[in-house]
Design a protein around this ligand. Structure first.
Ligand SMILES: [Mg+2]
Length: 293
């Protein structure tokens, strides 16, 4: 039985809400990086005071300008698949978070330092004789070609702090062996839309859980949580929340979260994102809004 599905209704004021969203292929179009179809919902959620929290494989450096363009400066973010969390002032704990940067953000690393990840990848490649190309080894042109990013954007994409993307060029059996090796190092490898990502013992789900706990400790309320994503690296996040939207992917990867409250969108990208919001929070909100106008 769903709780109040209307962000604008009087009863929903008792229960705060949080939206967690993947970017590439979800809130942003997989190819053009456009988010126009989601704009109406972003404005509406902002007007209702519901934070939309980006949860992405992108780096902090890539995310900061996007966050500004999408007017999400007041909300936290999760970068590099859960390795990095950025907290604006209102989400900081007065006692625990005193090291804000000049932009007012406190950055927390939930994962493993990038230097160690690169070192272990290089060790395992030699040991197993495995074939893969990490982003740090690619030329800027290769990164641009693979991602469709412009040169300045590709530069930001390479500024990693807690995860290393790679293109897999070997057999599935070899991937299993690499995964086992990395596990012994406290590292994991997860599949995104374009790349595989090597991170510490953290993922989008654990970072989302960390932020939900932070919210509860600061506000004293358990929020109603909704997450939207399209890739295998979104599964842990989709399983960690109350309601989830699996956005139709531009890929043919199998994505099956263990989540009873799951809606699969028909549209892909930001259109599927808006469709998911419509599904969970839309119809009643519209009725409620009309009734109040
Ligand atoms: Mg995605």
């Amino acid at each position: 039985m769903p709780l109040s599905r209307d962000p604008l209704s009087p009863d929903s004021a008792c229960r705060p809400r949080l939206v967690f969203s993947d970017l590439d292929g979800s809130l942003l179009d997989h190819h053009s990086y456009d988010w126009t179809p989601a704009k109406g919902w972003l404005e509406r959620l902002s007007a209702c005071g519901v934070p939309v929290i980006p949860v992405t494989s992108k780096t902090r450096s890539e995310l900061i300008p996007l966050r500004q363009a999408m007017e999400l400066q007041q909300t936290p973010f999760i970068a590099e698949n859960g390795a990095i969390v950025g907290l604006p002032h209102a989400w900081c704990h007065a006692r625990l978070d005193r090291d804000a940067g000049s932009d007012g953000l406190v950055i927390r690393t939930l994962g493993v330092d990038i230097g160690l990840i690169r070192q272990r990848l290089s060790v395992w490649r030699e040991r197993l004789d495995a074939s893969f190309s990490t982003m740090s080894e690619m030329t800027l042109e290769q990164v641009m070609e693979l991602t469709g990013l412009t040169e300045p954007e590709a530069r930001l994409a390479r500024l990693r702090e807690g995860s290393e993307p790679l293109i897999w060029e070997d057999e599935d059996a070899m991937l299993v062996r690499l995964r086992e090796g990395l596990r012994g190092d406290g590292l994991r490898i997860v599949q995104g839309g374009r790349f595989w990502h090597v991170t510490g013992e953290c993922d989008k789900g654990s970072a989302v859980g960390w932020l939900i706990e932070r919210f509860e400790s600061l506000r004293g309320h358990h929020p109603l949580t909704l997450a939207l994503g399209d890739g295998p690296n979104d599964v842990a996040m989709l399983e960690r929340v109350d309601q989830a939207v699996l956005i139709r992917g531009g890929h043919d990867l199998e994505v099956s979260p263990d989540q009873p409250a799951l809606y699969r969108s028909k549209a892909s990208g930001p259109a599927g994102w808006a469709e998911g919001l419509d599904h969970w929070w839309g119809p009643l909100a519209t009725e409620g809004r009309d009734a109040h106008e």
